[in-house]
Write a protein of this length. Structure first.
Length: 202
């Protein structure tokens, strides 16, 4: 499965505010939104790439991370009928020059400008974080698209994003597969991660 990283400078003209489509509202999520959010994530990736690997457990772990500001760095879009239409997650990285985000729009609500409006909100939050931390460099936004999702790639490029990296995610089914024992180079050994011992080096 091919995916592509794209980035845009946060001072691009396309970063001006965009309103949500009529009848749709943007708000911060709560943990109670996780089941519906996972459905939207999986519908979105199934539509554009044929995969559905979001889970409630992983999403709960991510949204519940004490280092995550769920109210400021995550969004859900509510459709006129009250259902979830989109989910977005910003991943700020100190020193807040690079800001990465994910955006999932339910295919039933695609093509209405939801993505443009949500990216506008994401950009505003990223700029605020960079200003808050007095970032001396020019900050930028980074996101990932599936290579098969040409519509999203075209929309991003129209907003000033440019492709910077192409990578593949590969997988193997473990049941029934006999993997050879690992052979480590001389002088190397492997152990489990020890936060107190290894966090600084990481």
């Amino acid at each position: 499965m091919d995916t592509q990283n794209t980035e845009a400078p946060e001072n691009h003209p396309a970063g001006i505010a965009h309103d949500m489509p009529a009848g749709y509202t943007l708000r911060a999520p709560t943990m109670a939104d996780i089941p519906a959010a996972v459905v939207v994530m999986n519908r979105s990736t199934l539509e554009c790439a044929g995969v559905a690997d979001a889970s409630e457990g992983l999403t709960a772990r991510h949204w519940g991370d004490p280092d995550r500001d769920l109210a400021q760095d995550t969004w859900v879009v509510i459709a006129p009928d009250g259902s979830l239409a989109a989910v977005a997650q910003l991943h700020p990285f100190p020193p807040y020059v690079e800001h990465e985000f994910d955006l999932y729009v339910d295919p039933a609500h695609a093509g209405r400008g939801i993505d443009v409006a949500v990216r506008s909100a994401i950009r505003a939050r990223a700029l605020a974080l960079s200003a808050m931390h007095h970032v001396p460099e020019s900050p930028y936004l980074l996101t990932t698209t599936y290579r098969s999702d040409s519509a999203t790639a075209a929309a991003l490029q129209a907003e000033g994003y440019r492709p910077i990296r192409l990578w593949q995610r590969m997988e193997i089914d473990l049941p029934g597969v006999e993997l050879p024992p690992p052979h480590w180079p001389e002088g190397l050994s492997v152990r489990t991660f020890d936060p107190e011992r290894d966090m600084y080096a990481l």
